[in-house]
Design a protein around this ligand. Structure first.
Ligand SMILES: *Cc1c(COP(=O)(O)O)cnc(C)c1O
Length: 405
């Protein structure tokens, strides 16, 4: 390798976050390219029959087949591991395949999972699907560590937490839950999608495994789907790698390249997303038509102090309730705001430089039984905004149109 070739994984941790985001995981080829190449190759050749045999036996290093190893996918895995402070990482085709891989790697028929309320809707559907295979899931309030502890059974294998939650931005105490998980011998898994390692580092707070929908802020520009699972080398080698190799939830090399390049600008983007979201949240909080704003960086947020202790900033996602005499009136008011938007995109997606707005009660959470939705605090007057990188004044002006000028 030429001078300046990247360090092997694990080295280079003396560098700061932004340096790792730009440099980690890049192993320059003999061509001396300055930027990361993309290896679109399904398989790799061996020097000889003996070399092939040694690689297949795991006795010689080297790539074999891209279902379970590709240099560009490895670049993304090593770069993300360097940012999360994880020993190792496996990339997957989507966030859901990352969560599925964790579930399959940690559980068997007869096991049990405890999950926070207010997780991504498809995560709930995934856990429901696995009930067919004898894996049961209980849901508990994100902000009640005692409820988590009480929900743990002898057959519980993992606690699954998404913080901040969607759409109410409830914050889970990762340190407290990690202590409970450790004492009871179960794994604490954190979906770090909303914050990304630029704003929150669950391993430093005691988490065992981190999962990502890389589709969201790791890419950040709405281009590709991807996911990742991070953990100890032992977990990755012994439990996760067989799932990746035998089930094939593999990330494509091209998408890995897009995502690795996305990580280079992650902290710049997340800082600006957070600044813009705070500006929009403050503006909304001052509007007479708004009942309540949910955003962890507002002092009015019930877990503001906890958020400040474990996050570096508030992130991009906020929600708010509009005022109204009853649910029918509030729903009409919320839909008026959505329909008044000319700039914000009406989509349930998030994690993009373009701001998005959604009405959870009739979209992402529309299939939830109404009592469960009410219990979760998702009313007809609630809107969720994932604040992008447009000028915050333009975002506010767009919301003002439907709010009443
Ligand atoms: C989108 C999302 C997922 C699923 O990711 P995909 O890449 O769409 O499969 C999981 N968790 C959270 C928090 C998400 O927002």
């Amino acid at each position: 390798m030429s001078e300046g070739a990247a360090r092997p994984p694990g080295e280079g941790d003396e560098f700061g976050f932004d340096t790792r985001a730009v440099r980690a995981g890049f192993e320059r080829t003999p061509f001396g390219e300055h930027t990361e190449p993309v290896f679109l190759a399904s398989s790799f050749v061996h020097d000889s029959a003996a070399h092939a045999a040694a690689k297949f036996a795991g006795e010689a290093p080297g790539y074999i087949y891209s279902r379970f190893g590709n240099p560009t996918v490895r670049l993304f895995e090593q770069r993300l591991a360097a940012l999360e402070g994880a020993e190792d990482c496996r990339a997957t085709a989507s966030g859901m395949s990352a969560i599925m891989s964790v579930l399959v790697s940690l559980t068997r028929a007869g096991d049990h999972v405890v999950c926070s309320q207010g997780v991504f809707g498809t995560t709930i559907q995934l856990f429901a699907l696995f009930a067919r295979y004898g894996i049961e899931t209980s849901y508990v309030a994100i902000d009640d560590p005692a409820a988590w502890e009480a929900a743990i059974r002898p057959n519980t294998k993992m606690l699954f937490l998404e913080t901040p939650s969607n759409p109410l931005t409830g914050v889970g105490d990762v340190r407290a839950l990690a202590a409970i998980a450790r004492a009871r011998g179960v794994a604490l898994v954190v979906d770090n999608c909303f914050c990304t390692p630029a704003l929150q580092q669950p391993f430093a707070l005691g988490a065992d495994i981190v999962v990502h929908s890389a589709t969201k802020y790791l890419d950040g520009q709405g281009r590709v789907l991807g996911g990742a699972v991070l953990g100890s080398r032992k977990y990755v080698d012994e439990l996760l790698q067989p799932v990746v190799r035998y089930c094939g939830p593999t990330l494509s090399a091209f998408n890995a390249w897009v995502l690795a390049k996305g990580l280079e600008t992650l902290s710049v983007r997340m800082a600006r997303h957070s600044e813009n979201a705070l500006a929009v949240a403050r503006w909304l909080e001052a509007r007479p038509e708004v009942e309540r704003v949910y955003y962890p960086w507002l002092p009015s947020h019930p877990q503001h102090a906890l958020a400040r202790a474990q996050q570096r900033a508030g992130g991009a996602v906020l929600a708010f309730d509009v005022k109204g005499a009853d649910e029918v009136v509030r729903k009409a008011a919320a839909w008026r705001i959505v329909d008044g938007c000319r700039l914000l995109s009406i989509t349930a997606n998030l994690g993009d430089v373009k701001s998005t707005i959604t009405h959870p009660a009739s979209t992402t959470h529309g299939r939830m039984p109404i009592e469960a939705r009410r219990e979760a605090g998702i009313g007809e007057g609630m809107l969720r905004v994932a604040v992008g990188l447009e000028d915050p004044a333009d975002i506010c002006a767009d919301l003002a149109r439907g709010l009443g000028g």
